[in-house]
Design a protein around this ligand. Structure first.
Ligand SMILES: [Mg+2]
Length: 356
């Protein structure tokens, strides 16, 4: 049996800010878009637990967060700084892992089957990991431990904040069955919505769905869902962070301000990127467009999904939103680029034929 851990930093961006500004500790801290006195656009990236007491959550519009707590500490996202700390965290974690897979800036799976003999020892090991991160960076994390990635991830959610949660096979059913289907790691909002429409609200209900019913509705992914509902996930912990992003860029034949032309270019690139991520077994979280103007000035804009996706439709939806945000000036465009990042291995590379 495998022993898998998921290490996830607690309110990472906000915790990094507290680290360099100790005076804001104990106050509600919100990292994200500029609230502009309640008129700001964009969302909360991360907030600390004090802010959460006021109902503030990551992904919430920043204007709403402002209404909930006007005098909170609002800070812009400083990726470079968080990435530096992230690199240090990942360096420490690698030292503890057998196989290691960074999932995002503040999250990583570790297969520690070679490092510890059993789950009880894994709990002690997780304690050591937490201490090492605290010592090395001053930050807290939570750790989920179980026999696969799906369950380790879900255990970790339950361990937050600052905890360790071991989920053994005999406790899996009791643990996951009451959960709403969208709590299953790998099931996004859209899939959850469809499952609810099919009458499956909880994981327990979903576990009664037939395999063919799910496959006919979701294709290959239906088999994954079928397994997830049973706490089954055979995907390996894989090193995949050598690929940081995948993208395409195209120069227009003539500089253009025609939105439809830009959209169709994005569509072509989205198709190509979709093909590449499928081949590499990847999914993405962030979509970026880059626009180069005739004077060679460039700007880039990104949007992050709240979940991992491998859908070209979602990729394109985000790209169109970014384009709409940035074409108000009516300036011509020389070149356009589309890129996805925040990559993780896709948990469904097995072929449908294997199940038929
Ligand atoms: Mg985190």
């Amino acid at each position: 049996m495998r022993i898998i851990m998921l290490v996830d930093m607690d309110y990472f961006f906000a915790a990094c800010e507290e680290l360099r500004k100790p005076e804001i500790k104990g106050k509600p801290v919100i990292v994200g878009a500029d609230p502009k006195g309640g008129n700001g656009r964009g969302v909360v990236s991360t907030c600390n637990y004090v802010a959460r007491r006021y109902g503030i959550r990551s992904g919430m519009p920043i204007s709403m967060a402002y209404r909930l707590k006007k005098d909170a500490v609002f800070l812009p996202v400083d990726d470079k700084y968080y990435e530096k700390i992230s690199n240090e965290i990942m360096r420490i974690l690698r030292g503890f892992a057998g196989r290691f897979e960074q999932v995002s800036i503040d999250e990583a799976f570790m297969d520690v089957s070679e490092k510890v003999d059993n789950f009880d020892k894994a709990v002690d090991y997780a304690r050591e990991v937490k201490e090492a991160i605290m010592k090395g960076t001053g930050l807290k994390c939570s750790i989920g431990i179980s026999e696969n990635k799906l369950l380790a991830k879900m255990a970790c959610e339950a361990a937050k904040p600052d905890g360790i949660k071991l989920l053994k096979r005999e406790d899996v059913q009791k643990f996951i069955e009451p959960m709403p289907v969208d709590r299953l790691y790998g099931v996004g909002k859209k899939t959850a919505q469809k499952l609810k429409e099919m009458g499956y609200e909880t994981v327990g209900e979903l576990s009664k769905a037939g395999l063919m019913e799910l496959v006919s509705k979701f294709g290959v992914y239906g088999k994954e869902i079928y397994d997830y509902a049973r706490g089954i996930d055979e995907s390996e912990v894989v090193e995949n962070n050598e690929i940081k992003s995948i993208g395409r860029e195209r120069t227009f034949d003539a500089d253009t301000d025609n939105i439809e032309e830009m959209k169709s270019m994005l569509e072509t690139m989205a198709n190509e990127i979709k093909e590449e991520i499928d081949t590499k077994g990847l999914q993405f979280k962030t979509v970026t467009i880059k626009i180069r103007k005739p004077d060679f000035t460039e700007f880039m804009k990104s949007r992050s999904l709240s979940h991992y996706s491998n859908s070209d439709k979602e990729m394109l939806d985000e790209a169109f939103k970014l384009l709409a945000d940035n074409t108000g000036t009516k300036e011509k465009v020389r070149k356009i680029g589309l890129r996805v990042s925040g990559l993780a291995s896709y948990r469904g590379q097995r072929k449908l034929a294997e199940y038929m």
